[in-house]
Every structure is written in C-alpha cells, then in structure tokens.
Design a protein around this ligand. Sequence first.
Ligand code: ATP
Ligand code: MG
Length: 121
Amino acid sequence: MSAVIEAWGLVKKYREVIALDGLDLTVPEGSILGLLGPNGAGKTTAVSILTTLLEPDAGTARVAGIDVLASPHEVRKRIGLSGQNAAVDEHLTGFENLDMIGRPVSARAQPSRSRARIVGS
Ligand SMILES: Nc1ncnc2c1ncn2[C@@H]1O[C@H](COP(=O)(O)OP(=O)(O)OP(=O)(O)O)[C@@H](O)[C@H]1O
Ligand SMILES: [Mg+2]
C-alpha cells in the first residue's frame, strides 16, 4: 500500500524555540494517524506544515503524492482540515464535526457521512 503522507526532515523554528527538529513521517493510505505528545511538542506545527498553512525552515513533505511546498494548492484540493477550536466544536461529536467539514467538499451528504464514520465514530 502506498504512503498518503510522507515527510522528510521537517524543521520549524520560532526564534529560539525549535518546534520541529527533523520530523520524518510515513503514513500508509487508508490508515488513521494519531499525533500524541505533551503541550508544545510540535503537533500543531506538524499538521500546519502538512496542510500547507505553514512552510518549514527545512525538509519537505508529500501529501497524496504532491509536494506541499511546490504545489500547495493541489494539496488543498485533496484534503480537508477540521480545527479543534471551531465555534461549534464542543456541541458536536467527532463524527458530526467531520461530517460538517466534509459536506462542502463532497457536495453530497452520503459520501461525507461515510468517510466521517470511518474516522469519527
Ligand atoms: N506562532 C508561534 N510563535 C512562536 N512560538 C510558537 C508559535 N507556534 C508555536 N510555537 C511554539 O512552538 C512549540 C510547538 O508548538 P505547537 O503548537 O506545534 O505544539 P503542540 O504539540 O500542538 O502543543 P499543544 O498540545 O499545546 O497543542 C511550542 O514551544 C510553542 O510555544
Ligand atoms: Mg496543538
């Protein structure tokens, strides 16, 4: 099975803080990845780079086979991102949150529900 996310040597510094210090990652297609770590470990920084919201200082990554630095818009066409602090988050289940984010992308309720059910239930 091919990798849907690959990262090589991701480095991100905020002044003197090294948020990421050479992160390598390979995530097989069809799998669910949990990023666990204490506050400040760099989880949000890693997700921000992989979703093209932030550029690394070094290293690169491919998502769905596309380089996040060379073609960020092509990556964005293929992914969805649900934030942890959306206004209605605390009133929604994990499934409902993913379904809400997935609707505009899939345009139909059923594909969005099916995909949300895999991850969110
Ligand atoms: N915009 C920023 N400016 C300066 N420092 C930042 C910035 N964003 C993150 N940091 C610092 O980078 C480090 C990694 O932060 P990050 O938010 O990626 O961690 P996290 O694992 O998501 O933490 P949490 O569990 O609290 O969400 C922390 O030391 C944080 O203070
Ligand atoms: Mg975070």
